[in-house]
Ligand binder design. Structure first.
Ligand code: CO
Length: 294
C-alpha cells in the first residue's frame, strides 16, 4: 500500500515535470482581426463589430488584433495603446490555455493583409502539442465570392435607401481601398452586383477605389452617362478613417474626390460612416462567425 502510494506520487511528479498534462475541456475564444486605424473617432467602427460579437457569443472570450504594423506602432508611440499583431495575440491565447480559436477578419477583400493573416493561422494550425491549439479556424473577409457581393450590395442598397442617400436624381459614390493584388477583382464583382440591385430601385450606387480599379475616372465616366447631378460620397471600407476623411471628402485637398466632383459641376455631400458602423453589416459579421464555429 505504502509502496504503491510512493510509486503514484513519483509518477505524478514525473508527469508534471516531464510533460504538462493535456488541457482538460474546451476553452473557446474568438480573435477578431482588423487592418486597424490610428484615428480615435474611426475606431468606433471596429469597436461596434467587437461589441456585436461579444453580444452574440456571451461566455466566449473575444479579442482584437490589428494586421497593420504601422498603425500598431503609431498607437503605441503616440498614445501608449497596445494592440497586438495576430501572431502575438494567438501566442498569448495559447499561453492562457485557450484550446479552440476562431479567427475572423474584418477585412473587405482577401488581399495581401488576408494572405499574411492566413499564413499565421496556418502556422499555428501546423503546431502540434501544447503550443498549438486543439482547433484553429480562419473566417473569410466580407467579399470572397460572387454571392458575398450580392449580399453586401443588398445591405448597402437598403441602408442607403433608408437613409435617404439614394433617389431618382441622386447617386452614391463609394470609395473602396483597392490593391494590385488579384483580389482587387472583387471590386468589379461588387460594382456589377450594385448596378443590378440599385439601378431599377432608386438611383445608382457607383464604386471606385483609391489604390486599384475601378478608378475615379472610371466612376466619373459612368456617372456622365446618367442625368444624376447630386452625389453622396461614402467610404466602402470598414472604418471611415484617413482615406475617407482626406482622399474622399477632404475639402481643402484639390485632389480629393469631393473637390474633383465639385469641379465637374456635381452637388456633393459626404456620408462618412464606415461599414463596421452599419448595424446590418454587424449582423452579417456575426453570422460569419457563427458559420465558422459550427
Ligand atoms: Co491605404
Amino acid at each position: 500500500m505504502f509502496r504503491h502510494c510512493v510509486f503514484a506520487a513519483v509518477l505524478a511528479a514525473c508527469l508534471v515535470s516531464c510533460a504538462d498534462a493535456a488541457e482538460i475541456g474546451e476553452k473557446k475564444s474568438i480573435l477578431l482581426v482588423a487592418f486597424g486605424t490610428s484615428m480615435t473617432d474611426a475606431a468606433g467602427a471596429i469597436e461596434s463589430l467587437v461589441s456585436a460579437t461579444k453580444n452574440a457569443f456571451p461566455g466566449v472570450e473575444v479579442r482584437l488584433a490589428y494586421t497593420s504594423n504601422i498603425i500598431r506602432r503609431k498607437l503605441k508611440r503616440e498614445r501608449n495603446i497596445d494592440i497586438p499583431a495576430p501572431t502575438e495575440a494567438l501566442a498569448l491565447m495559447n499561453a492562457e490555455g485557450f484550446t479552440h480559436v476562431y479567427v475572423q477578419p474584418m477585412h473587405v477583400i482577401p488581399g495581401e493583409e488576408y494572405d499574411d493573416l492566413k499564413s499565421v493561422v496556418d502556422a499555428f494550425a501546423s503546431m502540434k502539442g501544447k503550443y498549438g491549439f486543439a482547433h484553429i479556424a480562419l473566417g473569410q473577409p466580407f467579399l470572397s465570392n460572387g454571392p458575398d457581393c450580392e449580399l453586401m450590395a443588398g445591405i448597402l442598397a437598403r441602408h442607403l435607401t433608408r437613409g435617404g442617400k439614394l433617389g431618382p436624381n441622386k447617386a452614391v459614390v463609394l470609395m473602396g481601398h483597392g490593391t494590385p493584388h488579384m483580389a482587387n477583382a472583387m471590386y468589379s464583382e461588387m460594382q456589377g452586383a450594385l448596378f443590378r440591385l440599385s439601378a431599377p430601385v432608386s438611383g445608382r450606387i457607383f464604386l471606385g477605389t483609391v489604390e486599384g480599379t475601378p478608378t475615379f475616372d472610371d466612376v466619373l465616366a459612368a456617372l456622365k452617362k446618367t442625368r444624376v447631378k447630386n452625389l453622396v460620397l461614402a467610404p466602402f471600407m470598414v472604418v471611415a478613417g484617413d482615406h475617407a476623411n482626406n482622399d474622399l471628402a477632404g475639402a481643402e485637398d484639390p485632389e480629393s474626390w469631393l473637390s474633383r466632383f465639385k469641379k465637374e459641376g456635381y452637388q456633393v455631400e459626404s456620408y462618412l460612416v464606415g461599414l463596421g458602423q452599419y448595424p446590418e453589416v454587424g449582423k452579417l459579421f456575426v453570422k460569419r462567425i457563427q458559420g465558422l464555429m459550427e
